[in-house]
Design a protein around this ligand. Structure first.
Ligand code: GLA
Length: 738
């Protein structure tokens, strides 16, 4: 049993292998938070954790509880308007306009395991990994609305999954104007806030700032989790590093508008809220209906940020990613986007396919431009049928040719979008998102389909599913290249328009659900102009994601390192592309490009028909090398060693270690090669200190302890004629010899 309940005292102690989370029913009937952090022994009561003192001039709950001041309390799911002036976890508006609620604890249920949620991506416990779920049932004394707060403990990954569910059993509708998935009230504010921010082509760079009084938050109002801020955040003690110290990781299993906020109050306590963004949100809770929030993930460690990333990664593979793919090696692909853009036909592609096959590449992915009459980005989205001039014998014929070589085949779609120049738009102009009275805002010349409409989902399912079947696809790249503007559905009434952005993403999930069930062996990769929807909601349906449109190896160091804090490397699509790089013109060697892309799901995205025999030979070697070590690269335990975000960022290094510690590969990348530079050493992590290893071709035996604590001397990179000695990469292949 991981959840210990003292029913008499209404105390709930949720234990994982290394953490404790304790909550209780407070004297006013609401749920109060007592503790979250390192594991504590179970006790009869926790008077110390509930300690507070009366302070003058504050609202008290009522005359019966004269010293009960909500503003002083750590709460589980704070309401609005009862004297706690911090941000509330939810806001419920009654028909008379009042926003005051009095939710009181009623009882609880405790069940083994963890069920999925209907209609939302969610964690699960199909493998019976000792998960246990506690649901605390509350009832609003004013409206009669019910609230269930769910807590699932996944003991071995030190993860707690939380969500809230409102149910209206009454005969009157109420409106939910905010409904967080998680609230965490920490007793102090001595934390750094780590966020992963950026934009297109520079996603998820790490920013670390100390908490300050007041509200600090990250969010999206784009209808997608966004390039700009990722829903993953960390609160770490100031002295916490990758290797030591305590930290909380928080994430949301959701792909739409979100908000993660931390409010530091006048007593230097910190309230954390994670959930759907309350802006642009309002949900009609009609009589007899429910509202289920997305799930939030909470994890804690006192062993540093590498440990936090690792336990989250293991957790997602076990309890979030589609089990068919969770531990399955991902194919090495070649994608034609940066090779041809829209300028291709069947014969041109077949030359690439044939050559890729000769190099050992395993899958060909046909990107944008195969449908309608799409020869540039102004047209045909929504017309998911063959572009006849490019494929005169049809798509099935092309698919058969690829498969006949023994290659797998993938195809690009952008299901949620519509071009004005499309048969679909001509037939269904009303399927477009937006108020018909407004001038709609184009982005990349395209508009968004109203994913709240069942007929839109049916149309897309029918078209996409039949192409998947006809071409026997092995993989689908689901792209999404613009954000929502003029959020409005012609199908919804005025009172429901604030439901639109959430309903939109529920429609996306429904389509994902139908397609992945109809085609259970097809691997989906999510994409949104690169990493604009790189989140756990997507990960539930699409086990891998296109990390960024920026394929430059140097830019990728920060992007992949930042991403690694919250997401495992098997989720990260990483491609070798041509030089000068299309995004920034930088020239890096093929070796460096490979050495960066190896630490993800390797692909190639360049015109191999234009490469020299020597380059092709090098790609062949890279492919064979990656095949040999693929499982380690994709599923090994990932360690950050030297951070591109630290100091001048000149050196990045990271590595993957096999579960049995019998092998490891570390990558070291240096941006500028300084003459007569200070000495450098490469340190290793995660090895067995007692075992003996060799590194690369050197026969010298090293103990794991020596590699980890003394490291290896790194000689200066020697300039080679014709090549810059900048942007160099080195791989250290570590093998146990006993
Ligand atoms: C987006 C994707 C790219 C590519 C193009 C095609 O930008 O991120 O990988 O698929 O769309 O239009």
């Amino acid at each position: 049993m991981t959840i210990k309940i003292n029913a008499q005292k209404n105390l709930f102690h949720l234990q994982t292998d290394h953490t404790s989370y304790i909550l209780t029913v407070m004297p006013n009937g609401e749920l109060g938070q007592l503790y979250y952090g390192d594991r504590l022994p179970v006790k009869e009561h926790y008077a110390n954790l509930a300690q507070r003192e009366e302070r003058g001039g504050m609202a008290t709950w009522n005359d019966g509880l004269p010293d009960f001041q909500p503003e002083m309390l750590k709460q589980e799911y704070a309401s609005l308007g009862k004297g706690d002036f911090r941000l509330p976890a939810f806001q419920l508006t009654q028909p008379n306009g009042s926003r005051t609620s009095e939710f009181a604890y009623q009882d609880y249920t405790l069940t083994a395991g963890k069920k999925r949620l209907a209609g939302l991506p969610a964690t699960f416990d199909d493998t019976h990994d000792d998960a246990e779920t506690l649901v605390c049932h509350l009832k609003d004394a004013i409206t009669g609305v019910r609230l269930d707060l769910a807590y699932t403990v996944f003991p071995h990954q030190d993860v707690l999954v939380r969500s809230a569910r409102f149910h209206n059993p009454t005969t009157t509708a109420v409106t939910l104007n905010a409904a967080a998935s998680l609230q965490l009230d920490l007793p102090d504010a001595d934390y750094d806030f780590l966020q992963f921010a950026g934009d297109w082509a520079r996603e998820r760079h790490l920013y670390r700032t100390h908490l300050r009084p007041g509200l600090q938050s990250i969010d999206s109002l784009r209808g997608a989790s966004s390039h700009q801020e990722n829903p993953f955040m960390i609160l770490a003690r100031p002295d916490t590093t990758d290797d030591q110290g305590s930290a909380f990781g928080l994430n949301l299993v959701y792909s739409g508008n979100f908000q993660d906020s931390v409010e530091v109050d006048q007593f230097a306590t910190s309230r954390v809220l994670v959930g759907i963004n309350p802006h642009e949100f309002g949900w009609q809770l009609a009589p007899g209906t429910d509202f289920q929030t997305p799930e939030a993930i909470l994890s804690y460690t006192d062993r540093g940020l590498n440990q936090l990333s690792q336990q989250l990664g293991v957790f997602y593979q076990a309890h979030l990613v589609n089990p068919t793919f969770a531990h399955q090696d991902r194919p090495i692909l070649i994608n034609n986007w940066e090779a041809t853009y829209f300028d291709f036909n069947e014969e041109k592609l077949m030359t690439i396919v044939q050559q890729a096959h000769d190099l050992g590449i395993e899958m060909f992915v046909l990107d944008d431009g195969w449908f309608g009459h799409r020869n540039d980005d102004t047209t045909s989205l929504g017309d998911w049928f063959v572009n006849q001039p490019k494929f005169p014998h049809g798509l099935t014929h092309f698919g058969d040719r690829v498969h006949a070589l023994g290659m797998q085949l993938g195809l690009w779609f952008e299901p949620e979008m519509i071009s004005q120049d499309s048969d679909l738009y001509r037939q269904h102009p009303d399927w477009v998102v937006g108020d018909p009275a407004a001038t709609l805002t184009p982005s990349r010349h395209q508009f968004v389909l109203d994913m709240t409409r069942p007929e839109v989902i049916d149309y897309l399912f029918g078209k996409i599913s039949s192409v998947i079947s006809a071409m026997h696809l092995d993989y689908v790249k689901w792209d999404m290249n613009r954000n929502l503007t003029e959020a409005f559905s012609r199908r919804l009434g005025a009172e429901q328009q604030l439901e639109f952005t959430h309903r939109y993403i529920l429609g996306v999930y429904q389509l994902y659900d139908r397609l992945t069930h109809a085609h259970p062996d097809v691997l989906f990769e999510s994409c949104a102009s690169g990493g604009g929807r790189f989140d756990l909601g997507m990960m539930y349906y699409a086990p891998q994601a296109w990390t960024s449109d920026d394929t430059d190896a140097v830019e990728r160091l920060k992007i992949q390192c930042g991403t690694s804090y919250g997401y495992p490397q098997a989720m990260m699509g990483a491609h070798v592309s041509a030089v000068p790089n299309d995004q920034n013109g930088r020239v890096t060697s093929l070796a460096t490009r490979g050495a960066v892309a190896f630490f993800g799901d390797l692909g190639y995205e360049l015109d191999i028909t234009q490469m020299t025999p020597a380059e092709l030979e090098q790609i062949k070697e890279q492919v064979a090398f990656y095949q040999e070590h693929r499982h380690l690269f994709q599923f090994g335990t990932f360690y950050r060693v030297d951070s591109p975000f630290a100091g001048d960022g000149n050196v990045t290094s990271w590595g993957v270690v096999a579960a049995d510690q019998g092998s490891a590969i570390f990558g070291r990348y240096q941006l500028l090669n300084h003459p007569n530079a200070p000495y450098q050493r490469q340190f290793f992590k995660g090895l067995d200190p007692q075992r003996t290893y060799t590194v690369n071709q050197d026969p010298e035996p090293f103990s794991g302890a020596e590699l980890m604590h003394a490291g290896l001397f790194v000689p200066t990179v020697k300039p080679q004629q014709g090549y810059s000695s900048d942007f160099s990469a080195q791989l250290f292949i570590v093998r146990a010899v006993q």
